[in-house]
Design a protein around this ligand. Structure first.
Ligand code: MG
Ligand code: ZN
Length: 157
């Protein structure tokens, strides 16, 4: 994510996917539901710390259907997110807000590629589409960005 640290000045809100973008994703068909399994991807903390220093707001928008599937509780998702935050903090990086879709497919307006999480992040930040960017590793991230009318950057681990 090295070059991504240098975003255009007009970007005031960076919305990040979690699994496969900030942290190592679980194997196909599995979910990251144990805080002990959280592993940061190497570019994440330096990039986020840079955006923090630039005064940009940094949010995470993550699909966690594991809750709808009964594989874990919503509280467990928060525990995993807290572990991500703790590891980021070791490198002076900070997530300003977490946005989680815990729903199943076609149960809500927020499961990416629907734009609900991104629109909430933009509303909370008080920024329009020209001032936000989505960064993620999957087509669902791109779809959500397109639906929200914002630019997106594709990263791959
Ligand atoms: Mg992902
Ligand atoms: Zn949802």
């Amino acid at each position: 994510m090295g070059e991504l640290e240098l975003l255009p000045d007009e970007v005031r809100l960076v919305i990040l996917d979690r699994d496969g973008t900030i942290v190592e994703g679980a194997a196909e068909g599995h979910y990251l539901i144990d805080p002990a399994d959280v592993r940061l991807l190497p570019w994440a903390a330096p990039a986020i710390a840079r955006w923090n220093r630039d005064g940009r707001r940094v949010a995470v928008a993550t699909n966690q259907r594991c809750v709808a599937l009964g594989l874990c509780t919503r509280e467990r998702v928060d525990e995993v997110n807290a572990r991500v935050s703790a590891l980021l903090a070791e490198q002076d990086a900070h997530i300003d807000e977490w946005y989680v879709c815990a729903h199943g497919i076609e149960e809500c307006e927020c499961r990416k590629p629907l734009p609900g999480l991104l629109l909430r992040a933009m509303a909370d930040a008080g920024v329009g589409p020209e001032s936000a960017v989505m960064i993620g590793d999957s087509a669902a991230d791109g779809g959500a960005a397109d639906a929200a009318g914002i630019a997106w950057l594709h990263v791959s681990a």
